[in-house]
Design a protein around this ligand. Structure first.
Ligand SMILES: *[C@@H]1O[C@H](CO)[C@@H](O)[C@H](O)[C@H]1NC(C)=O
Ligand SMILES: *[C@@H]1O[C@H](CO)[C@@H](O)[C@H](O)[C@H]1NC(C)=O
Length: 275
């Protein structure tokens, strides 16, 4: 994907409960949103601080303050990000640091797999910290990160932080007004399709179920919405009148309740099935 930037559509960080209630770290040069994550695994505190300027992707120092860890010789498995991801490629970056006081023996070796596929083999993690990343890693559905210790490593695996975000074509976005309508529609439905999260049109090969879009210049617009026989119940929002690029609206075979909103602004509408 040549002209891609890293989009901010999916943006997760693994960060282990620090004692403040700050929603994110003000010292983050990229204004990333860091969210705490904990699970059943043990949490350890870090004794040696790192300087974020030592890392090209500049994680805030606090992201290293705690780690999820497993004992010597034990595998560490985390389900993170915790949600289900739309099937596409993601930028994935993971951060590690040996939590012990700095010494010649404060390092450990383990391999990192994401959804069973090797992400990095025999990673040597010392108190200086290390980041490993992939610019385009395919993910789909739930994500599992597995750290497998080297048999000779005298300490178990651990992980401090991570980022996963979705790659979007350079500059392309779905018109905000169309996104707002679709998000409201999703909220109004009792059982919206499972993939109705993120951008409704992008990435193009993966638009929301039932949604078709056209892209002109760098703006995607929703041109048809087909939920025929999708077994959906709920109401239609009034804002549906804002989908001004819509050509086809097919909602038949569902259990919508309430009244049909006005569609006076849908000047391009060619076909409409609501029953
Ligand atoms: C891991 O790195 C440390 C230095 O940080 C080094 O002393 C040690 O030998 C390395 N271990 C392996 C197995 O490469
Ligand atoms: C359409 O969007 C505008 C904002 O662009 C909003 O103010 C308006 O309420 C929306 N229309 C309807 C019918 O909700």
């Amino acid at each position: 994907m040549k002209d891609n930037i890293i989009g901010f559509k999916r943006f997760f960080f693994l960060w282990l409960s620090v004692l403040s209630f700050e929603p994110s770290f003000p010292d983050d040069p990229y204004y990333r949103l860091w969210q705490p994550f904990t699970d059943k695994n043990e949490v350890v505190s870090t004794q040696t601080s790192v300087s974020s300027s030592d890392f090209w992707n500049k994680p805030p120092e606090k992201a290293f303050s705690k780690a999820i860890a497993a004992g010597v010789g034990k595998k560490l498995e985390i389900q993170w990000p915790s949600g289900s991801l739309q099937s596409t490629r993601y930028y994935v970056s993971l951060y590690f640091q040996d939590n012990r006081a700095a010494s010649a023996n404060s390092w450990r070796v383990f391999s990192v797999a994401v959804n069973g596929k090797t992400f990095y083999n025999n990673l040597n993690v010392s108190t200086g910290g290390v980041t490993i990343y992939s610019a385009e890693w395919p993910l789909s559905g739930p994500t599992k990160i597995t750290l497998t210790p080297d048999a000779k490593s005298s300490a178990g695996p651990l992980i401090n932080a991570g980022e996963v975000y979705q790659i979007l074509p350079f500059g392309t976005r779905t018109l905000a007004k169309d996104v707002a309508v679709m998000e409201e529609l999703a909220r109004n439905l009792d059982n919206p399709p499972l993939d109705w999260v993120g951008d409704p049109c992008l990435p193009q090969e993966n638009s929301w179920t039932g949604v078709s879009c056209s892209i002109k210049d760098t703006v995607a617009r929703i041109i048809s919405l087909d939920l025929t026989n999708a077994g959906i119940s709920g109401t239609l929002p009034l804002t549906i009148d804002n989908l001004s690029a819509l050509h086809h609206l097919w909602l038949g075979g569902n259990k919508f309740s309430g009244s049909i909103p006005e569609m006076n602004s849908l000047l391009k509408l060619e076909t409409l099935y609501v029953l």
